[in-house]
Design a protein around this ligand. Structure first.
Ligand code: GDP
Ligand code: MG
Length: 163
């Protein structure tokens, strides 16, 4: 069985873009698994020869869940149960939000190893957000651009010890 990597983060930070990049041309094999895991999407990913199952989460985008922090936390905790490592994606251009801080708090309490990804870091617009991401207390953030494919070597190096 492949090790499992789960992508977590508030809406619009680039989780699905990262998922699509890591799944690449195998995207057609993505299984939505309706009914079982409505809020999650699974794919077989490969990064520089490293193979793993990748899970995209969308529970944060559910309007009802947004108003029910308890349920959001429940969804996150449920999806973390089977994960070997979590990729916590933040938006380096937008900077941190209270929801990012809240998710970070939950992740710090979880036994699952976390890698913070400061996404949208292409160019210089992400430099401030990258520095901010250190304050999440989840280790050194990795600057990536899911859209442009930058930082994938650094992501590989961060993942390697956990898979
Ligand atoms: P999700 O809600 O976290 O799944 O985010 P999406 O993957 O749907 O992306 C949200 C928006 O951010 C889209 O408009 C993407 O094109 C954009 N986006 C994602 N990754 C990057 C990136 O690396 N750089 C920039 N500039 N935009 C990105
Ligand atoms: Mg998404």
């Amino acid at each position: 069985m492949l090790p499992q990597v789960i992508i977590i983060g508030r809406p619009n930070v680039g989780k699905s873009t990262l998922f699509n990049r890591l799944v690449g041309k195998k995207l057609a094999l993505v299984d939505d698994q309706p009914g079982v895991t409505r809020d999650r999407r699974f794919g077989d990913a490969e990064l520089l020869g490293l193979k793993f199952q990748i899970v995209d989460t969308a529970g944060w985008e559910d309007d009802e869940a947004e108003t029910l922090p308890g349920r959001m936390r429940q969804q996150t905790e449920a999806s973390l149960e089977t994960a070997d490592v979590a990729l916590f994606v933040v938006d380096a251009r937008a900077g941190l939000t209270p929801l990012d801080e809240e998710i970070a708090q939950w992740l710090r309490a979880s036994p699952v190893p976390v890698i913070v990804l400061a996404n949208k870091a292409e160019g210089r617009a992400g430099e401030g957000g990258l520095l901010e991401a250190y304050s999440l207390g989840l280790g050194d953030p990795v600057a990536v651009s899911a859209e442009h494919g930058e930082g994938m070597g650094d992501l590989f190096e961060a993942l390697l010890p956990h898979l």
